[in-house]
Design a protein around this ligand. Structure first.
Ligand code: FAD
Length: 309
């Protein structure tokens, strides 16, 4: 199919979408199909989906890797006349002319904005975490698991992210310690059962991570249990899997206590003309299929808003 050209005034886009994950790309496709002039700005195409090893819960795909899914998003985006740029948005400023979306290199003007900027990994903030980054400290098991072949590793966290990391690492690591501050693992039961069935995994509950130690590379992790007893566990790697922080700093409107953008049922934010979708919002379920659906809803609301302008 030849790309259908959309008359586009790059001095003022109909919509500027921040985010190239499932939410942002879906929103872009929906708007382009309405012949609107769209600009998509993202730091990493695919977003968190690109970091996912195996996606098995997106209807229509029994199984797809995160890399293949990202490739499909990119191919679908390229079917349409959508301008897209890899860059970081630093500010969204409301002006008389519209929304000024600022990046380091350039400023873009849009009549509306859809924020689909997702979330990023939470840091542990203990001594050694920064020092041993990429020297044994890692945040993406999908990306880095093969580097820990034959090593003992610690996974810090006990939720879905930690469980997914354990599933990745089981194939490579000699032994996996899953260290959680909670009494037990928390997350999807199917994942918990799978991880508990691994012969090479040990769950250490009720324990805080105090320090990551090493020489050139990570050599151990110091933990403290709920009776203040400390213990040193010899590991060659530490995967920090303690949840996510919404990338919502660029939005100056209403957010909840977790810094998630508050939206209504039509994905409108507290600022007229700005819509939001996916993991950056207070939507309950943080999953690809939900982010994509929310992106579609945000686009339809945005198009309705533009019609009324
Ligand atoms: C390891 C892992 C495994 C997962 N496994 C699954 C799974 O199996 N199934 C499932 O359904 N979900 C899974 N998820 C969750 C799923 O990936 C997310 O719910 C989904 O990607 C959210 O989509 P999103 O578009 O809202 O945000 P994201 O995917 O986070 O995308 C955000 C986008 O915004 C961009 N961005 C952020 N800030 C800025 C900025 N300032 N300027 C420009 N661009 C910016 C990013 O570069 C990215 O392109 C997993 C997540 C992780 C981390």
């Amino acid at each position: 199919m030849a790309k259908e050209k959309v008359p586009c005034d790059d001095k003022s886009y109909d919509a500027i979408i921040v985010g190239g994950g499932p939410a942002g790309i879906t929103a872009a496709i929906y708007l382009a199909r309405r012949k609107l002039c769209v600009l998509v700005l993202y730091e990493k195409l695919g977003g968190q989906a690109a970091l996912t090893a195996d996606i098995e819960n997106y209807a229509g795909f029994k199984f797809i890797t995160g890399t293949d899914f990202t490739q499909k998003l990119e191919e679908h985006l390229e079917e349409y006349d959508i301008t897209n740029k890899e860059t970081k948005v630093t500010e969204i400023k409301q002006t008389k002319e519209g929304f000024l979306v600022k990046t380091k290199e350039k400023h873009f003007l849009g009549k509306t904005v859809i924020i689909g900027s997702g979330a990023r990994q939470r840091k542990l903030r203990v001594p050694g975490e920064e020092e041993y980054l990429n020297k044994g400290v890692a945040y993406c098991a999908t990306c880095d698991a093969p580097l820990f072949r034959g090593k003992n590793v610690a996974i810090i966290g006990g939720g879905n992210s930690a469980l997914e990391a354990a599933i990745q690492l089981e194939k490579y690591a000699e032994k996996i310690y899953i260290i959680t501050i909670n009494k037990d693992l928390e997350g999807e039961k199917v994942l918990i059962d799978k991880v508990k069935s691994f012969k090479n995994s040990e769950i250490i509950c009720c324990s805080k991570t105090k320090e990551i130690k090493g020489k050139v590379f990570v050599e151990s992790v110091i933990i403290e249990d709920d009776k203040n007893k400390t213990k040193e566990i010899k590991v060659g790697g530490v995967f920090v899997e303690i949840g996510y922080i919404p990338n919502s700093e660029i939005f100056k409107g209403k957010k909840n206590d977790y810094k998630e953008i508050i939206i209504d049922s039509k994905n409108k934010t507290s600022i007229q003309g700005i819509f939001a979708a996916g993991d950056v919002t207070a939507v309950q379920v943080k999953q690809i299929i939900v982010a994509a659906g929310e992106g579609a809803k945000a686009a339809v609301s945005c198009a309705e808003y533009l019609n009324r302008l």
